[in-house]
Write a protein that binds this ligand. Sequence first.
Ligand SMILES: CC(C)(COP(=O)(O)OP(=O)(O)OC[C@H]1O[C@@H](n2cnc3c(N)ncnc32)[C@H](O)[C@@H]1OP(=O)(O)O)[C@@H](O)C(=O)NCCC(=O)NCCS
Length: 207
Amino acid sequence: MKISKFFKKVFSINKFAKYKKSKIFIHPDSKVGKFTTVGFGTRITGPAFIDSKKESPVSIGKYCAIAHNLRIRTRNHYTGYINMQHRFQRRYNFPELVRTKGAINIGNGVWIGDNVTILPGVEIANGAVIGAGSIVTKSIPPYSIAVGNPAKVIKKRFSDQIIEQLQEINWWDWSEEKIKNNRRFFETDFSQIKKDEMFMINKVIVD
Ligand SMILES: CC(C)(COP(=O)(O)OP(=O)(O)OC[C@H]1O[C@@H](n2cnc3c(N)ncnc32)[C@H](O)[C@@H]1OP(=O)(O)O)[C@@H](O)C(=O)NCCC(=O)NCCS
């Protein structure tokens, strides 16, 4: 009982009415810190724990696919003093232990597999994939696939030439109508376009 009261005080539990309108789904058993923003169309399909704070906010972009048991930690305990428990330090007015590396940003169109932990200060760029069970300790570049502990890039989803062009096309900002009109863009398998093949993405996009 006491524990759930504590969490209610510390975390703002999801406000589903608000999220429904913006087509965001956050699993109801999630604990999401107040200083978290989640973009339009993103789905967190299993319980997540996102420990955002004013000095270390978390932003998650649009149309991300996030599986079960994501944990985002924005702060470390300082390890230089003999005690590493916050409550003990505060009880005796000893120095503060909280250390943050600032914001955690997750881009748009990111896919995060099951049981992923994201550690302080990390950025996961647009279109990246984080494999199941990964611990992300460093920033992950756009449209890459990273796995393991610590998460390392094992491959890119597309050729550099395609990624460069995708960096200019923020499809996640398109209107519903534009998305519907761009069936060709969403049905193109960009992974099949070879490194040396000249492919102009704009040719499969209509305005
Ligand atoms: C990351 C992922 C998408 C890669 O899939 P893939 O492109 O088919 O990659 P492969 O299976 O060919 O694996 C490539 C290499 O990475 C390793 N690997 C793949 N996923 C890994 C993971 N999550 N952790 C550690 N290593 C992993 C493979 O063992 C393989 O290593 P090798 O080259 O030494 O043999 C996939 O493995 C994964 O983790 N999917 C998440 C599934 C999930 O959580 N779904 C939740 C519902 S949405």
